[in-house]
Write a protein that binds this ligand. Structure first.
Ligand code: NAG
Ligand code: NAG
Length: 597
């Protein structure tokens, strides 16, 4: 321990010396972005929760700026994260879905963030930043063959990656059920069983010589059985091996991953990255595996909260945030580091069972949740910025802001003045510093898959924030407040209800979207609908004008200009030749050496 301590002291001395000469003043700020998976805005103390203990997150808000209307561009992981990374609505990069499948399902699929896309990490990298993603990615991996890594974080501006190229999900923990096409899996399973029974009976009949059984029939049945194994057993039954992996940069270092030690490993990697980079501007995107199911059972937190296992996981998240903050502070980086805390979208209301109880996030007073289009509960998330010395402590901003604002904000702070493509976000610094009162987001668009389902209007000079829903997902059973029958709401066909006239709410007076406005209760009713419709038209023009970011692959697409969809079935489904694997495919398996932690 002696040598590192000495080195540390030496560094502090040098740093102090540098500060005197004024070098520190010109240094570009560091960025530590922390994103929790599926966390609800109602899960956090400083957003009104008085029974969950989140002192570390609350401290960031007390020392910085808290956004109360911070909006995710989509209510699901893949599209929300794509928009966050690129500062643009997900359908601009082809990651909006047209049908049943709304997120990437297999690491062995070919869909993902197109190689031609620009992320804030890429911009910062060009500005001389050391960049790192620790944790969850879920934006694709390969395009044409195993190891081409065309969608990999390293290709998208992160010079260091450690974590889950996919996501944590129930299939990673045997006994927790399956998150991926469970109904299809069941159907295929039954079919295979039937084939097996049929084949076996016919074989018996033939061997016993009871009846003449044609060899053709047997051959067809054998063929179908092999097919069933290929499309069902191999892709679905081995999901844990296929999708639950840990990579360090381009290398698979654990397959399938040991879920229990994931939190401490991610934390350690994030802390090490900060420590390695005290001396140069860095970007750390710490993308937690929490608080998606399966929930962790980390002994230090198990049974400690007042909200069962879900609450225990929340308190573990808070502890991890505290550890990161502590690392930044103890290295003397606080005044030169912008820290950001958020969630990719709201909590999933349908996630609960009779044994564990609550398993999904709590969205407080807001209606709806994950995968429910533009209902507030699925898209309004915590948003906290801390930067002592630059941002006033304890400021609260109620104006509409977006997760897509991070891209232009980081770009501005890194003094990146290169021209850029159509952006859907705005630099947040004037709002955060209190230099302006109003957000530049007069309109914001809300998507259910690829379909624009709602628009938010904050009219100039008014406190009102109107939300117009053109259609809403159907709840099942009806009136249940969520899609409990299917677990996830869908955005197309008979799964939605179109509203004519559209549903209209004023979030300023009615944040829970419980009292639709009518021409009688809102004198500006007609004007609001007209303005919103015009804004949608202008927004649509920006989509069709656009050339695909992935020029070489671009193809006309009715809904998204010329960008090719990454979410088509053929890009989503598992292909053996795209499957990342340590060892010899298909016998993949390896463990990270964790004896040192
Ligand atoms: C606090 O969060 C827990 C866990 O999500 C939730 O069950 C509870 O209802 C929340 N309480 C309040 C007052 O929001
Ligand atoms: C950080 O900035 C604050 C406010 O400007 C100042 O009071 C504090 O001394 C600074 N801390 C360090 C370590 O420079």
């Amino acid at each position: 321990m002696r040598l590192p301590l000495l080195a540390h002291l030496l560094f502090l001395l040098l740093a102090a010396g540098r500060e005197v000469t004024g070098e520190m003043v010109d240094r570009k700020p560091n960025f530590v972005l922390m994103m929790v998976d599926d966390l609800g805005i109602g899960d956090v103390g400083c957003y009104g929760n008085d029974t969950v203990r989140t002192p570390n997150i609350d401290r960031l808000a007390a020392e910085g700026v808290k956004l109360t209307q911070h909006i995710a561009a989509a209510p699901l992981c893949t599209p929300s994260r794509a928009a966050f990374m690129t500062g643009r609505y997900a359908l601009r990069s082809g990651l909006g879905s047209t049908g049943r499948v709304q997120v990437l399902l297999f690491l062995g699929g070919s869909g993902g963030l197109p190689p031609g896309e620009t992320t804030f990490a890429k911009r910062l990298q060009q500005e001389g930043y050391t960049t790192s993603l620790v944790g969850k990615w879920h934006l694709g991996l390969n395009c044409e063959q195993r190891g081409d890594h065309c969608h990999h974080p390293n290709q998208h501006g992160f010079s260091y990656f450690y974590g889950l190229p996919f996501t944590l999900f129930n299939d990673c923990m045997p006994g927790e059920g399956s998150d991926i096409m469970a109904d299809l899996q069941r159907a295929l399973g039954n079919l295979t069983m039937l084939l097996g029974v049929g084949l076996f009976s016919l074989l018996c009949v033939r061997v016993c010589g009871l009846l003449e059984v044609s060899l053709w029939l047997l051959a067809v049945l054998v063929f179908l059985s092999i097919l069933a194994a290929a499309v069902w057993y191999i892709p679905f039954k081995r999901l844990q091996t296929w999708n639950c992996i840990i990579m360090r940069n381009q290398e698979v270092i654990e397959q399938p991953m040991t879920v229990e030690t994931v939190p401490q490993r991610l934390l350690r990697e994030a802390q090490h990255f900060i420590k390695r980079n005290v001396d140069q501007p860095f970007l750390l995107f710490f993308s937690l595996a929490h608080i998606h199911t399966p929930l962790f059972k980390t002994p230090a937190f198990a049974g400690k909260s007042r909200h069962g296992r879900y609450g225990d996981n929340l308190e573990e998240v808070d502890w991890m945030i505290g550890q990161i903050t502590e690392t930044v502070d103890s290295l003397g980086l606080a005044n030169n580091t912008l820290m950001y805390f958020t969630s990719d979208h709201g909590g999933q209301l349908e996630d609960a069972d009779s044994i564990i109880g609550q398993k999904g996030g709590w969205n407080g007073i807001y209606k709806g949740g994950k995968a429910m289009g533009g209902w507030e509960g699925g898209i309004r998330v915590p948003g906290i910025f801390r930067w002592p010395g630059r941002l006033a402590a304890g400021r609260v901003v109620d104006e509409p802001t977006s997760l897509m604002d991070l891209y232009p904000t980081l770009k501005y702070l890194a003094k990146d003045t290169q021209p850029d493509r159509q952006s859907d976000g705005f630099n947040l610094m004037p709002l955060l510093e209190g230099k302006v009162e109003r957000s530049e987001h007069e309109f914001m668009f809300h998507y259910c898959g690829i379909y624009l389902n709602a628009v938010r209007w904050h009219p100039p000079g008014s406190d009102s924030v109107f939300k117009v829903h053109f259609f809403t997902p159907n709840f099942s059973p009806p009136g249940a407040g969520g899609c409990y029958d299917t677990k996830i709401c869908l955005c197309h066909g008979e799964h939605v209800t179109h509203h004519n006239p559209p549903l209209l709410y004023d979030l300023f007076h009615d944040p829970s979207e419980s009292r639709p406005l009518t021409p009688d209760t809102e004198p500006r009713h007609a004007e609001i609908l007209e303005q919103s419709t015009k804004a949608v038209e202008r927004h649509r023009d920006t989509l069709t004008d656009e050339k695909g970011s992935d020029e070489t692959h671009s193809q006309p697409n009715a809904d998204a200009g010329s960008v090719q969809s990454q979410m088509t079935l053929d890009r989503i489904l598992w292909r053996p030749w795209l499957q990342p694997c340590c060892g010899t495919f298909p016998f993949c398996g390896c463990k990270e050496d964790t004896t040192h932690i």
